[in-house]
Design a protein around this ligand. Structure first.
Ligand code: F6R
Length: 246
């Protein structure tokens, strides 16, 4: 797993947007997996700007989101459906028929997970999976302890994740459960780009890059991925020692 360290969040976000732009240039029908959260906002902002100023088109691309809270309808203000619509899908020329976000309000969540996994397979698989990382090393909502063999499924969110994400909810906690794309499904992405910014991610980044490969640090799985790269700002890289490529 390579790591590239950028001077700040803006430079990291610009580089991430360039990866997406280049991939679209090579193959407009590329399949992307995308995260929500604070980290990717700069990348989305740039991609929207490229769409507006350069006519970068997403019309032939397919998008799968990584996760959604269980129990939230797609029009709930804190849902990832709304987040993606407001920050990305609603601002570009994405084809709604090729935009997938797990339905957190599906009457049968397990069936929804199977449907989602099948849709990823039928799309031909993920070309570029963009990830954030939780302070506890989670990717998607695969919390510590998630099996590297896992597929899209319903998971319990850790107490720390519920607290970190609490600001989006009136109660002082995020929901207890979510649907997440599984570890094995993420690993099958042909390219993985993990973004991390800020000192509060430095410990998780160091554990993923330099600690043991272990299900207790989900992001460490990416160490054996043939084409995974970490894009870090200097703060997120601040706990890394020697041996990491610049
Ligand atoms: C969200 C997701 C999570 C976040 C992670 C970091 O779709 O998959 O793994 O990427 O919790 O979140 P931020 O970027 O808000 O620090």
């Amino acid at each position: 797993m390579r790591a590239r360290v950028f001077p700040d969040y803006e430079a990291m976000s610009a580089a991430a947007a360039d990866v997406v732009r280049r991939r679209l240039g090579e193959r407009p029908s590329s399949v992307f997996m995308l995260p929500t959260g604070i980290t990717p906002l700069g990348m989305y902002r740039r991609l929207v700007e490229m769409h507006r100023s350069e006519g970068l088109s997403f019309a032939e691309a397919t998008f799968f989101n990584l996760d959604e809270y269980l129990g939230l309808a797609p029009d709930h203000g804190a849902s990832y459906h709304v987040y993606m619509k407001e920050n990305f899908y609603g601002l570009i020329d994405a084809d709604p028929a090729r935009v997938f976000v797990p339905d957190g309000a599906a009457p049968d969540p397990d069936a929804e997970c199977e449907r989602y996994e099948a849709a990823i397979r039928e799309s031909g698989g993920i070309d570029v999976g963009v990830l954030g990382i939780g302070r506890n090393g989670h990717i998607g909502f695969n919390e510590p302890g998630s099996s590297f063999d896992s597929r899209t499924r319903v998971v319990a969110l850790s107490e720390s994740t519920r607290q970190v994400n609490a600001a989006d909810f009136e109660a002082d906690r995020a929901p207890e459960q979510a649907i997440t794309v599984g570890m094995a499904t993420i690993f099958e992405s042909r390219k993985v780009l993990l973004l991390a910014s800020g000192t509060n991610k430095a410990g998780a980044v160091a554990a993923a890059v330099e600690g043991d490969v272990s299900e207790s640090v989900p992001a460490s799985m990416l160490r054996s991925h043939p084409s995974a790269v970490l894009f870090l700002d200097e703060d997120a890289a601040s706990d890394l020692g020697q041996g990491v490529a610049g």
